[in-house]
Design a protein around this ligand. Structure first.
Ligand SMILES: [Ca+2]
Length: 319
């Protein structure tokens, strides 16, 4: 069997916080359930769906819940003003990439402040990065949360000299997590699936009332789409390749446009999911596998996992 590929997940998890998107937690647990294929070296936490403090706490909870407290969780940027400020997360990213040239995949699931800062800390970061897969940016809709939250970092990373795959908001809207998917998850015989079921139920209910994601029929599983790309790139079709930049001026809300001056650093951007259902099916298949069946760390974490007390607004890719 081929060696598992090394991955660092840069993430802003808020799974289970009130009115917050659940997608980071699903993506993290999906990859942790694929331990034979992906060696998750760490979670670097960035501001975004929740405050840095709450996202960090949630990331620790997620690795604990699935029995993977061995995966380090590193605190990163508190907001976009931390671009260029060294944190445990940006230092971890920089060192891991430089010490393993060409080997490391970084899966960026939040605003790009940590990743861009790693590139500022270490001049050879992009050159030595094996692969960068980013959930962010929009081609069609007028807003995308991750790039909007730190446009300067996004611009720096888009122009960086490394292989980049961009999983845009438009692409992620082609996948849908529905209530029948939740029913399947809730019926699984493992506590990690049950840990996710409560937050997903709340997020589905919220999106029925305020259809900001999925138009009431479910929700768009943004970060899960990006995580599934690592395993099933063949279901992503119609790639466009070219230099991109964020649109300037009043409409710079995470919207992309071609960069006529940026030819040295093309971005690979799949524009269509050839098999949209495969995204959620892949996730459900892994959650239902034996991988988490015997994990039973949930009991002392369940209250924290169902913490809906965060009153802060916002925190999904369309709100
Ligand atoms: Ca995210």
């Amino acid at each position: 069997m081929a060696a598992a590929s090394a991955v660092i997940i840069d993430t802003d998890p808020a799974t289970g916080y009130r009115f917050k998107d659940v997608d980071d937690g699903l993506a993290i647990l999906f990859l942790l359930a694929l331990q034979e294929e992906f060696d998750v070296l760490g979670l670097t936490v960035v501001h975004g769906n929740a405050s840095q403090e709450k996202a960090f706490s949630k990331a620790e909870e997620i690795v604990d819940v699935c029995g993977r407290s061995d995966v380090p969780v590193l605190a990163g940027a508190v907001n976009r003003k931390d671009l260029g400020v060294e944190t445990a997360a940006s230092r971890f990213l920089a060192e891991a990439v430089v010490e393993n040239p060409g080997e490391m995949t970084v899966l960026a699931l939040g605003p790009l402040t940590n990743v861009a800062t790693a590139g500022m800390l270490e001049g050879s970061f992009y050159e030595k990065l094996g692969r960068l897969v980013i959930m962010g940016g929009s081609f069609g809709s007028p807003f995308e949360f991750n790039f909007f939250k730190d446009t300067e970092a996004a611009g720096r990373v888009l122009a960086a000299p490394c292989e980049k795959v961009l999983i845009s908001g438009d692409l992620c809207r082609q996948a849908l997590f529905t209530r029948s998917d939740l029913d399947r998850l809730g019926g699984m015989d493992n506590e990690v699936a049950r840990y996710l079921a409560g937050p997903i139920d709340s997020w589905l209910k919220f999106n029925r009332v305020v259809p900001i994601s999925g138009k009431g029929g479910g929700f768009f599983p943004w970060d899960v789409v990006a995580a599934v790309y690592l395993r099933r790139p063949e279901i992503f079709g119609e790639f466009e390749e070219g230099a991109l930049r964020l649109r300037r001026g009043r409409l710079k809300l995470g919207v992309l446009e071609p960069d006529p001056e940026g030819g040295v650093s093309p971005v690979k951007a799949p524009r269509r999911l050839l098999e949209p259902r495969v995204v959620v099916e892949e996730f459900l298949e892994r959650m239902g596998s034996d991988h988490f069946r015997y994990v039973s760390n949930i009991s002392n974490k369940s209250n924290k996992g169902q913490d809906y007390s965060d009153p802060a607004k916002g925190g999904c890719n369309e709100c």
